[in-house]
Design a protein around this ligand. Structure first.
Ligand code: NAP
Length: 283
């Protein structure tokens, strides 16, 4: 029987998930169609209900629904409960379980693609939006020594810092802005530098004072080389882009749906081909 999975969001035009998930299902020889389910907020309850159909494996969830889906699910896995956001829904026997694979995907990218050991590390996290939430909890649970969260809207950073500190015991400070000094890693989880975003040519922090060896991570994946990553490389700092996190969060979702290993190499190839195709189409 052909089965279905999908991504649910609004708008979805930019999403790479349909491209690399379809490639992963094909590589695994699974008869699964991965669909793009553009869903306005008013249509979310009916959309989630439709996941209970017997041929549906589940769905990914993206902006702006990651928190709004929670009341329509039957259970939450512990990571999704602690983060308060769901990016993956697994449908089994008509029951819907919410997971969050963003944070684990990010930590896997640090380990596998930057050989970075989170344990004991002092990390600067820029941004306090949806992506930053998953990352902050995952870093704290992976053993980070201290987190500093800097965000334009300080109250948002303060709420996140208090939640992570009380859930994990890791010291977390919230600041409106910060100098990039004394950190093992600096992570951009704002939309600055994203093509089509609020400030595509900008960088979220000055790297001038960064210690030698500070790992600079940008979770923005379009373009693959953001202005922040370009500056980091020009300064001789190690740098990691957002594509590995995107692929690993998707691979974890694939594995939750199918109980089979995802071919991350296939997913990377498909995503990179699509990004290259889009870059050649830009004016
Ligand atoms: P979000 O919830 O809308 O949060 C956006 C964040 O960026 C907030 O902290 C916001 O600050 C800040 N921001 C936006 N414009 C700004 C500006 N002009 N100056 C300073 N700060 C600004 O978005 P999100 O879901 O967290 O996503 C953030 C970025 O991460 C996006 O580029 C997205 O594509 C990327 N992302 C990547 C992955 C991956 O797998 N690699 C996964 C998820 C997201 P305020 O709180 O002050 O508004």
């Amino acid at each position: 029987m052909n089965r279905r999975a999908a991504i649910i969001g609004h708008p979805l035009g930019h999403s790479l998930s349909p491209v690399f998930q379809a490639a992963a299902f094909a590589a695994a020889g699974l008869d699964v169609t991965y669909e793009r389910w553009e869903t306005a907020p008013a249509d979310l309850p009916a959309r989630i209900e439709s996941l209970r159909a017997p041929d549906v494996l589940g769905a990914n969830v993206t902006i702006p629904h990651k928190e709004a889906v929670i009341p329509f699910l039957d259970t939450l896995d512990p990571d999704a409960r602690i983060v308060g956001a769901v990016n993956t829904i697994v449908a089994r026997d008509g029951r819907l379980t919410g997971h969050n694979t963003d944070g684990p995907g990010f930590v896997r990218a640090l380990h596998e693609d930057a050989a970075f050991d989170v344990r004991g590390a002092r990390i600067l996290l820029l941004g306090a939006g949806g992506a930053s939430r998953g990352i902050a909890f995952a870093l704290a649970r992976a053993g980070a020594g201290e987190l500093v969260i800097a965000n334009r809207t300080l109250s948002r950073a303060e709420r996140l810092a208090a939640g992570v500190a009380s859930a994990t015991g890791v010291p977390v400070r919230a600041v409106p802005a910060v100098e990039c000094v004394g950190f093992s890693a600096v992570v951009n989880a704002t939309s600055i530098g994203m093509s089509g975003g609020p400030d595509p040519a900008g960088t979220p922090v000055a790297l001038a004072g960064a210690d030698r060896g500070t790992l600079v991570v940008d979770i923005v994946y379009s373009p693959e080389e953001t202005p922040l990553l370009r500056e980091a490389r020009a300064r001789g700092l190690p740098a990691l882009g957002g594509l590995p996190m995107l692929i690993y969060q998707g691979a974890l979702a694939f594995e939750l749906w199918t109980a089979e290993p995802a071919s991350v190499a296939t997913m990377f190839d498909a995503a990179r081909m699509e990004l290259a195709r889009r870059e050649t189409m830009q004016p």
